[in-house]
Design a protein around this ligand. Structure first.
Ligand code: SF4
Length: 362
């Protein structure tokens, strides 16, 4: 079993309560099975008694897919025990044992047909082929379907910087969502196909607004043995390196850390520096800076698999706002989608790209 590679995590987490207050799912479910200790105790039983434990207790597998995978607990654990990696390993075991819950299998099937997360918006910039492009700009599924304004804002900034940009808009999963659900073989196949597109482009620098896509290309692909041979940047670091004609903003904003940027790549400073360079005044969000406010971003398609929990995460975030008029900024198209399009009350939220584009000097 893949979870055997995480025995040190099971042994550490099963007797530890230290991060229970920042587990993303547990903060809204209030269930002890949703903290790293609960999941480690479940998987310790599986380790001892085998995969048949999942047949005896169907709620075990459901609990593993309730996990929002923010990795906030790992990031703030004093020993960085990989509680998120443990869940991913167990999900892979479930898939390979053909014991995955029916709702997960149905979602994975749709992902493999290239239909998710939703149909491409007519307002999304179309793919282009550009001779001698400076960069390729990768548009993720959530931006393409629900947040085309994120891509439009990035291209506006790139034009102001005089960059030649080739727009790339994959029509299906590039591997990230499938890998997160435990479908490693299918994820590798999707990754290999997309990597071929990347290599054949001949463009040396690839930029994306999606922290999930960034994590896929920078961390997942090497772990899957898929070669890219290009430099990959998230827009937060890429835009920070440009000399942009900016007018100083006179606004206070609350920046919400991305699960992937902060908890998987320790990128907390560049997004804040970028907003500060635009003249925004930053205020800390919420009552505990260790919590995740990504709303299930780390689980990539959490809104599709667990809409009820996603709604509770959104409600919790709204309840933590200082005032209903607070202006939030997120680096994640997924998080912006949940905040802007799923549920009420309406929330004022911008992507990093929109926050920067709005300050371009006329
Ligand atoms: S991740 Fe660290 S803090 Fe959290 S339960 Fe495991 S050992 Fe304890």
């Amino acid at each position: 079993m893949h979870l055997d590679s995480f025995l040190s995590v099971i042994n550490a987490c099963r007797f530890c309560f230290m991060c229970r207050h920042i587990d993303t799912t547990a903060c809204v479910s209030y269930k002890e099975s949703d903290i790293p200790r609960g999941r480690a105790l479940i998987l310790d039983r599986v380790r001892m008694n085998g995969m048949a434990e999942f047949e005896r207790h169907p709620d075990f597998a459901a609990t593993l897919y309730d996990c929002a995978l923010s990795a906030a607990c790992r990031y703030h654990c004093v020993s960085n025990y990989d509680e998120a990696g443990l869940v991913l390993a167990a999900r892979r075991d479930l898939v390979e044992a053909k014991m995955v819950p029916a709702d997960v299998a149905a979602l994975a099937g749709k992902l493999q047909q290239g239909a998710m997360p939703g149909p491409i918006s007519p307002d999304c910039p179309a793919p282009t082929t550009v001779a001698n492009a400076d960069i390729a700009y990768l548009i993720d599924g959530y931006t393409a379907a629900y947040q085309p304004e994120v891509a439009v804002a990035f291209l506006k900034i790139a034009a102001a910087a005089g960059l030649k940009v080739q727009v790339v808009r994959p029509e299906g999963c590039i591997g990230k969502a499938l890998l997160t659900l435990g479908y490693q073989a299918a994820a590798k196949e999707a990754a290999a196909a997309f990597a071929q597109t990347v290599r054949e482009s001949g463009i040396a620098t690839w930029v994306t607004s999606s922290p999930a896509a960034y994590d896929a290309l920078v961390r997942d692909y090497p772990e899957l043995g898929v070669e890219l041979g290009v430099k990959v940047e998230h827009t937060s670091t890429y835009l920070l390196g440009l000399k942009l004609p900016l007018a100083a903003a006179n606004q206070t904003v609350y920046y919400l850390d991305s699960d992937f940027l902060r908890n998987y790549h320790d990128l907390t400073v560049p997004p804040r520096d970028l907003l500060a360079a635009c003249g925004y005044t930053l205020r800390p969000f919420g009552t505990n800076p260790e919590e995740s406010y990504g709303l299930g971003e780390g689980a990539v398609v959490f809104d599709l698999l667990r809409p009820g929990l996603t709604g509770k995460l959104r409600d919790r975030l709204v309840g933590l706002m200082d005032t209903p008029d607070d202006l939030l900024v997120t680096a994640s198209p997924y998080t912006k989608y949940v905040l802007a399009k799923l549920g009420t009350p309406a929330v004022r939220v911008l992507s990093l790209e929109e926050a920067v584009a709005g300050q371009l000097a006329r």
